[in-house]
Design a protein. Structure first.
Lengths: 191, 223
């Protein structure tokens, strides 16, 4: 149990997926200009990430390892993720057209969001058990939402600030992300 | 002339990293040393050139293209994933140290937006030879960009510049001369964001200056 809590805390804060592992930088910079979009994108990623990690984990352990074709993992994983994203897209389009409109082109882009494939692969390379996979992925996803939300609030402020011309847009966002990363990495002493 | 343009536009004018800001994740993660950045560059070069070639070969055949068009994105992804698996296996066999230090970022070349972006935006509408040139140009532009970031980070963070294996420069004497320590922060994740932001801002400033100069020159010519 202690291990799981440590794992969850690390996944949530100290090994935060965006700020220390650099997965999912594209949506991080692209969709985080408004709070509502950041949350929508965050939950879409969490949902896709959790389902795809579970499916890819089971596929890896029960199919690829049994058949001794572990090297096929990249191809199999990306296909699973691509079809899942398609399903989520159809689902959101039906349930919340407003959210669908707001997220626009970023939904299909979850396919090429390295966070989803990255976590699926990390679960394999870190030799997680099934329970660890579920806990780790959930908290990685929550950490993604947390950072997206904090960052979108900061960017709403930056939008009104007098930023030097050459820093406008992505450069200032990256410098702000660096400061956030310092704060998050300092939580490492707790565990 | 057009051929040369296809090759060189990726270097500066349409640089995938600094102008289009695509493929951020690997460029932040692997730029802790020049060696890693070059290794990543080799992987991307191989995958991007071949995927551009195969995609344009498929899409320039009329019957195949009509068949593939409705499901083209999954088809591209499978082509790219296959090439990435080849790269992964080759690196595992011949460059084991690099394979270990790049780790999960080798399979993640699959989701590098540059590769899928070029397949969709360029290779699907152009001839194979042009697509290969475009792929080479974009890959070199990307490699140059991450090499620049990694030199900046490795020099400030560790005082060295590792080109390949043991071959590299040890520049710690500069820090000794200034009675300073290398700033370890720069090879940590924090440094990645900071360096990228600062380099991007510098390049934007240079670009803006150039634009102003060109605009001023045109104004005098017209006036």
């Amino acid at each position: 149990m202690d291990n799981l809590i440590a794992l969850a805390f690390a996944a949530f804060i100290t090994e935060n997926i965006i700020l220390t592992q650099f997965f999912g930088i594209c949506p991080f910079l692209g969709v985080s200009t408004k709070r509502k979009n950041a949350l929508g994108m965050g939950f879409a990623v969490l949902f896709v990430m959790l389902i795809s990690s579970i499916v890819t984990y089971l596929l890896y352990v029960h199919v690829l390892q049994v058949l001794n074709i572990e090297y096929m993992k990249t191809i199999v994983f990306i296909l699973v993720i691509a079809s899942l994203v398609q399903m989520v897209e159809t689902f959101i389009k039906k349930v919340s057209p407003a959210l669908y409109k707001a997220l626009g082109i970023y939904l299909p882009l979850i396919t090429t969001n390295c966070a989803v494939l990255g976590v699926a692969l990390l679960n394999i390379t870190k030799d997680h058990t099934f329970v660890e996979t579920v806990v780790y992925t959930t908290f990685i996803g929550l950490g993604f939402i947390l950072v997206m939300y904090i960052f979108s609030m900061l960017r709403e402020k930056i939008a009104n600030a007098p930023v030097p011309k050459s820093f406008q847009g992505i450069p200032i966002a990256l410098v702000v992300a660096a400061i956030l990363a310092v704060i998050f990495s300092r939580f490492g002493g707790i565990i | 002339m057009n051929r040369i343009d296809n090759l060189t536009k990726g270097f500066i004018k349409e640089n995938p990293l600094f102008v289009s800001v695509l493929g951020m994740c690997p460029s932040l993660a692997v730029t802790t040393s020049l060696e890693n950045a070059l290794g990543m560059g080799i992987g991307v070069f191989f995958v991007l050139t071949l995927s551009n070639f195969i995609v344009s070969l498929v899409m320039s055949n009329k019957t195949l293209a009509d068949l593939v068009r409705p499901v083209r994105i999954p088809v591209y992804i499978v082509i790219i994933a296959t090439l990435v698996t080849v790269v992964e296996m080759l690196m595992h066999a011949f460059l084991i140290d690099l394979y270990k230090s790049l780790g999960v970022f080798i399979p993640l070349i699959v989701v590098n937006c540059i590769i899928l972006g070029r397949a969709e935006a360029f290779a699907s509408e152009n001839k194979p030879l042009d697509s290969v040139l475009d792929g080479i140009g974009m890959a070199l532009g990307f490699t140059g960009a991450i090499a620049l970031i990694s030199i900046f980070r490795e020099f400030l963070g560790a005082g060295t510049i590792t080109v390949w294996g043991d071959f590299g420069l040890n520049l710690t004497f500069i820090f000794n001369f200034l009675h300073m320590e290398p700033i370890g922060l720069f090879i940590q994740p924090v440094g990645a964001f900071l360096s990228f932001g600062l380099i991007l801002a510098t390049l934007t400033a240079i670009g803006n200056k150039n634009k102003e100069r060109i605009a001023a020159r045109e104004a005098t010519v017209n006036g």
